[in-house]
Design a protein around this ligand. Structure first.
Ligand code: PLP
Length: 384
């Protein structure tokens, strides 16, 4: 059989299993999306604070632009000529906000997670990673030569046992977790992880705050701010593409780690830097982030409302955040359910294997501060 024929058969199989993916033809209109002229409220966006759909912000930013400072290309990697001044302004702002020695930015979270883990680990390293971490972290682990063990989701008793059994056999142990988890919307207990880490000198902690940055903490710096443990996390990573309505990612860390990454990390070294205009936009938003507490409260209130309703209707709801799954079971029942919501004007998407384990296909409500409480109530009416 030819390679192409083999691929075709695999695609057919995916289709038969209701797991075939395709790119939707979407037209965006602020908080809404249009598909085949069907208008729906977007409940699948990571624009958690509603900033990306906020025209006023874009207008304000546009007023700062001139043909001279509108720089749409960096034309080089940062180590060559792509290191525009906006980069150090952004990294200084991040380090100031977080109160860390240093910060470093990347083109995206995928680059951050696949790039950092392989260089901060070696053959004498053991990576202990939560079972439900994001694909980019999994790929980072695959690219590293370290030995890796996945512990059961948020099972810190198992994690502690693994540390006890192994800390003398390895030079270094790195615990890897998300703060808010992508698919269940539940959270790591950062305080417990920090306590564990402090018990053993060789343990380092890596936390991905992609879903929490912007959303949690008094100034929106994430769960680590909320739980008062920013300084205790060795690798504190987050992204700009979700709540911050931009793109890119950061690590806030020590000066040594920053310098080490600049020298070693391949997705940092061998890629064209993000356009300066994008960095300016990120900085424009980052400076305003601490003041958007009202948006964070609004998001928290509508999230509570939806989670409570799901529980009352008998659904198991692991979420403690603005990411709220409705676990339906099979792929086909989830697709059918998504269609019901879409017909009623709510753009909710099914999440299926391999993104989530077999038998736990779900609708994933990803709420934003641009959604009204009355819209949540309409949504609740539809849920059986
Ligand atoms: C979205 C996401 C990423 C990837 O970030 P991008 O900037 O979109 O590449 C990494 N980690 C987690 C947990 C995410 O949810």
């Amino acid at each position: 059989m030819s390679a192409i024929e083999q691929m075709r058969q695999e695609l057919t199989l995916l289709q038969q299993q209701n797991n075939l993916r395709s790119l939707p033809a979407l037209v965006h209109e602020g908080r809404e999306v249009l598909i085949d002229h069907r208008r729906m409220l977007n409940l699948s966006s990571n624009d958690y604070l509603g900033l990306a759909s906020n025209e006023e912000l874009r207008r304000e930013f546009l007023q700062t632009l001139t043909p001279e400072n509108f720089l749409p290309a960096s034309s080089s990697s940062r180590l060559l000529t792509g290191n525009f001044t906006a980069y150090s302004r952004l990294e200084n702002e991040l380090a100031d906000l977080f109160g860390t020695e240093a910060a470093l930015t990347f083109n995206c979270g995928y680059h951050a997670n696949t790039g950092i883990l392989p260089v901060v680990s070696n053959a004498q390293t053991l990576i202990l990673a939560d079972k439900l971490i994001h694909a980019s972290l999994i790929d980072g682990i695959k690219l590293s030569v370290a030995k890796a063990i996945r512990y059961r989701h948020n099972d810190y008793a198992q994690l502690e046992r693994l540390i006890q059994e192994n800390h003398e056999k390895y030079e270094r142990i790195i615990i890897v977790t998300e703060s808010i988890f992508s698919m269940d919307g539940d959270e790591a207990d950062l305080a417990t992880l920090v306590r564990l880490k402090r018990t053993y000198a060789s343990v380092l902690l890596y936390v991905d705050e992609a879903h929490a940055f912007g959303v949690r903490g008094l100034r929106g710096l994430g769960c680590a701010e909320e739980q008062g443990c920013i300084a205790d996390i060795d690798f504190l990573v987050g992204t700009f593409g979700k709540a911050l309505a931009s793109s890119g990612a950061y690590i806030v860390c020590s000066q040594v780690i920053r310098e080490y990454l600049i020298n070693k990390m391949r997705p940092f070294i061998f890629t064209t830097a993000l356009p300066p205009i994008n960095i300016e936009w990120t900085l424009f938003l980052l400076k305003r982030l601490p003041a958007w507490g009202t948006l964070r409260q609004q998001l928290s209130q509508i999230s509570d409302r939806l989670r409570e309703a799901l529980k009352q209707k008998g659904y198991a709801c692991p979420s403690t955040s603005h990411i709220i799954p409705l676990i339906a079971g099979t792929s086909s029942s989830t697709i059918a359910l998504a269609d019901v919501f879409q017909r009623k004007g709510f753009y909710v998407l099914p999440v299926r294997p391999p993104t989530v384990p077999e038998g736990t296909s779900r609708l994933r409500f990803s709420l934003t501060a641009a959604i009204e409480a009355s819209e949540i109530d309409q949504l609740i009416e539809i849920i059986a």
